[in-house]
Each structure stands twice: as structure tokens, then as C-alpha cells.
Write a protein that binds this ligand. Structure first.
Ligand SMILES: [Zn+2]
Length: 486
């Protein structure tokens, strides 16, 4: 058995979350819309129409480029990439070829615990994957095959895409997935893409080849097209590595030329589609209808200054606050939830308490009522609720109920408190009466407490909570009960 090493590089397509499409004014949000309703002459490629680049998409691509530590080109241009496909109405894609928007960046990422990489880099050792370049292009439409016929939906045609191409720095399927997850977190954090894998907003082409250890030269590679989940990325690479190893053993060497393969998720194997196209097959030439893009040094610096803390730094700070890795990752993957967490943490200065409110109560209520992250309440609504607790107006028990109602109905905290009469009984006189009746109603528990059974007090407090519908502060009642009994 030869000592072979695996060489992997990725191309990542990420749809950008802009208001309109890349070169026209059509709505860029086609999710759940009727087929062919968010289209116009431009994205349908009618003759005589002219594309106008989307400023928001270019700005977001520049943000992504800087977050990946790329150098943004001071000028670049669009090219036409020609290929025929039924869902590509113009017969070419507007992309960028020899002068992309940005190049030469990198992403540092961590491997999951217990997964040492074959070339010695392991968990916590700081793995780096270099980014070759990032360019802008438009997406094609979508084909659906039903009963021997093919349906074409052009709603997606013209959606702004970033294509991010890595250097062949990855050495295993596990590394590829860990890198891709970190990249996804970065794109979500800076707000360039929602990168929702379920909706196909982030897709991978993975190139894999083998070479003998110690040899510098790269061998021809197999490119697996259109992987649309981390699971598919990992399974496809694992399968293809095994297949290439077997081929090497049988034929005594690597592939003779580059090939393109498809991943069949149902059967868990790849299928050779064709020999890989070369650049000349696409007959690239500069797009004559769009002037070159230019960035001044000041524009680039302004974008850089507006970037938020990136996931690696943010993750570290959450871990220092005592969150575990999976809690930190939930926050990194869900920017709306994170803004609530950060606001509550800033208010309470207590990470444990914050994670109870945001990750247990709020997230629990969201899941219970089947709500999507976009339906999360505004951070200010949660802070209003915390104000009510801090002022003693409602108990922290009642606050749990308010959070649940807030998620269910979208109403503000104050309105829910009013509606359900959740205001706490703060009047001492009234409280004293309640405590007196609690002592009268629970003679056995009172006796046990007098005999030294401290847990008996809990039962009496429980009785009070039940009688008042949770509208009292249990700590205060407990204190008053102890006084009353002795
Ligand atoms: Zn359009």
C-alpha cells in the first residue's frame, strides 16, 4: 500500500441576501413564490435588454472578501461565461474570470474534538485554508424533472452569487466540512448571505485528488458538483477518496485527466458525468454591457471598518463567558438570536442567567411553537421584560410565561402582563394576609418545619405560589413565612 495523501479544494457558491437580483430590479426573495413570478426581461435574457449591476451585492461581496482577509482589487470587471443549459436564458452567465473582485485570503478554522487530521494538524491546532479568489456572478434558474418532462422556473435566475474558490489546502473530508462551516458562519455574521443550506443558498463543488506523500506536483482531480449540505460534502468526499485509492491500486497511478462527477445522495456514490471543461471551453470574454468596477482605498477601508467581530473571536469570548461550543455555535449561526443574547448579557452582566433566558426559555418557546428565527422578538422587547422583573412588577416565574406568550402572539411584554394580570403582589399588608392563611392552611408542614425539616418550608411556599397564580416573589414569601412561623 502506497503512502498517499488526499488533496481537497472547494468552490463555494453563496447566494447573497440582497433586496433585488444581480442585474435587474426583480425581487431576490423567491422562496415559496409561484414559479416564474419574480422575473423580468433582463433576467429572462430577452434580446436588447441591458444589465445594471446591483450596488448592494457588490458592497456585500466586498465585505465578505475583507472578512476572508482577501485583497479587494482596485478595479475588476465582469466576463461572459458561455455554456448552454436550459435554465440559463441568455446562453451565457455574467461572471468574473481573470480579474475577480478579490483574491489571496484565508480562513482559520478548528477541527472538531477527536478528529486529528492525517497530516498531523488536530483539534485546536489552528488550521488554515487559503482562499484563491472571490468573484461575483448571477445564478441560473431551476429545473424540476417530473414524469419524463422538465419544468423550468426562472425565479432564481439572476440571484447574486459569490463564488469563493479555495487553494487545495484541505487534507480530509472532516477538514473540508470544518472549513465550510466556519466559512458559513463568517458569511452569516457579516450579513452577506443567509447561507441557508436547506434552501440551497450555499452549495459546494469539491475537487479531490491523491498524490504520493513528499511529492509536490498535483495530480488530475475529480470534481464533485453541486453538494448542498455539509453531510453530502462529507459523504461524497469520503466515498470519492476511497474510489480514487482503489483506482490507484488497480491502475498503479492517479487519474489520467480531470473529471467531473455527480453525487447520488440516495445510493451514496458518485457517477462520472464528463471530462472536466477547461477555461477555453467557456469562451470567456469581457462583458461589453457593464463598465469596469472600481474601488478607492478609502471605500475599501470604510468597508473594513464596518465589519463586526468575526466568528472565531466571538466564539472565544462566548467560551470565556462559560458557554459550551454548541451553545456558542447556535449564536454564531443565528444572528438575530445573537443580537438578543448580546443585549441581555449587556443588561444582566451574567452569562449563566442570560443563557437561561435566551437559550433555554426563549429558544425553547420558539421551538415549542414552531417559530422560525426571523420571527424572534426585537431585543428591546426582551429588555422591557427584564425591566419589569428588575422593578419587582412581575416575578421571574411570570417572566417565563410572558416570554412564551411573546413568541406565540408577538405582543409586547407590558400588554401581556396587563392582559393576564401577572403583576406581582408587592403590597406588604396583602402579602402578610396571604402568609397568615398559608400557615393556617398547612399545619402539618408548619409542624415539620418547627421540628427542623427545612424542606417543609418549600411546600408552603409552593402552596402560596399556587394560590396566587405565581404572582408573588418566592424569596420574599419564604422569608416572611420563616418569621411568621417562629
Ligand atoms: Zn429580473
Amino acid at each position: 500500500m502506497r503512502n498517499l495523501e488526499v488533496i481537497i479544494g472547494l468552490e463555494i457558491h453563496a447566494q447573497m441576501n440582497t433586496k433585488t437580483k444581480m442585474f435587474c430590479g426583480c425581487d431576490n426573495n423567491a422562496w415559496n413564490k409561484k414559479p416564474n413570478t419574480t422575473v423580468c426581461e433582463i433576467c429572462m435574457g430577452h434580446p436588447g435588454t441591458l444589465p445594471v449591476p446591483n450596488r448592494e451585492a457588490i458592497g456585500k461581496a466586498a465585505r465578505a472578501a475583507l472578512a476572508l482577509d482577501c485583497t479587494v482589487a482596485s478595479d475588476c470587471h465582469f466576463d461572459r461565461k458561455h455554456y448552454f443549459y436550459p435554465d440559463l436564458p441568455m446562453g451565457f452567465q455574467i461572471s468574473q474570470y481573470d480579474f475577480p473582485l478579490a483574491s489571496k485570503g484565508y480562513v482559520d478554522y478548528d477541527l472538531p474534538e477527536g478528529f486529528p487530521s492525517p497530516h498531523g494538524r488536530g483539534h485546536g491546532e489552528g488550521n488554515r485554508c487559503r482562499i484563491h479568489h472571490l468573484h461575483l456572478e448571477n445564478d441560473a434558474g431551476k429545473l424540476t424533472h417530473v414524469g419524463g418532462k422538465t419544468l423550468c422556473d426562472f425565479n432564481r435566475a439572476g440571484t447574486p452569487l459569490m463564488e469563493i474558490v479555495t487553494e487545495p489546502d484541505l487534507r480530509s473530508a472532516v477538514e473540508a466540512v470544518a472549513f465550510a462551516q466556519e466559512l458559513r458562519s463568517i458569511l452569516v455574521t457579516i450579513g452577506a448571505s443567509e447561507a441557508d443550506m436547506f434552501k440551497g443558498m450555499m452549495r459546494f463543488d469539491a475537487s479531490i485528488s491523491l498524490r504520493e506523500k513528499g511529492i509536490e506536483k498535483l495530480n488530475p482531480r475529480s470534481e464533485i458538483k453541486n453538494l448542498n449540505s455539509f453531510k453530502a460534502l462529507e459523504r461524497a468526499l469520503t466515498y470519492e477518496e476511497e474510489r480514487l485509492r482503489k483506482l490507484w491500486e488497480e491502475s498503479g497511478g492517479p487519474l489520467k485527466g480531470n473529471i467531473t462527477v455527480g453525487w447520488l445522495d440516495d445510493t451514496g456514490c458518485t457517477r462520472v458525468l464528463r471530462e472536466k471543461e477547461d477555461a477555453q471551453d467557456y469562451r470567456y470574454f469581457p462583458e461589453p454591457d457593464i463598465p469596469p468596477l472600481t474601488f478607492s482605498a478609502k471605500e475599501i477601508e470604510n468597508v473594513r471598518a464596518s465589519l463586526p467581530h468575526l466568528p472565531r473571536m466571538q466564539r472565544k469570548s462566548y467560551l470565556i463567558h462559560g458557554l459550551d461550543t454548541s451553545q456558542a455555535q447556535i449564536l454564531l449561526d443565528e444572528p438575530k438570536l445573537r443580537s438578543i443574547f448580546d443585549a441581555v448579557l449587556d443588561y444582566t452582566k451574567d452569562a449563566h442567567k442570560t443563557s437561561g433566558i435566551v437559550l433555554t426559555q426563549l429558544l425553547g418557546a420558539m421551538q415549542k411553537h414552531g417559530k422560525a428565527m426571523k420571527d424572534l422578538p426585537h431585543p428591546d422587547s426582551i429588555l422591557d421584560l427584564l425591566d419589569l422583573v428588575a422593578s419587582g412588577a412581575i416575578s421571574s416565574n411570570a417572566a417565563k410565561r410572558v416570554i412564551e406568550d411573546m413568541v406565540k402572539t408577538g405582543k409586547p411584554a407590558g400588554e401581556i402582563v396587563e392582559e393576564h394580570g401577572l403583576t406581582q403582589i408587592a403590597d406588604s399588608r396583602e402579602l402578610q394576609d396571604i402568609v397568615a392563611s398559608a400557615i393556617a392552611a398547612n399545619p402539618n408542614a408548619v409542624l415539620s418545619f418547627k421540628k427542623g425539616k427545612t424542606q417543609a418550608l418549600g411546600a408552603i411556599v409552593g402552596w402560596v405560589m399556587k394560590e396566587t397564580g405565581g404572582k408573588v416573589d418566592p424569596a420574599r414569601v419564604s422569608e416572611m413565612l420563616q418569621k411568621g412561623i417562629s
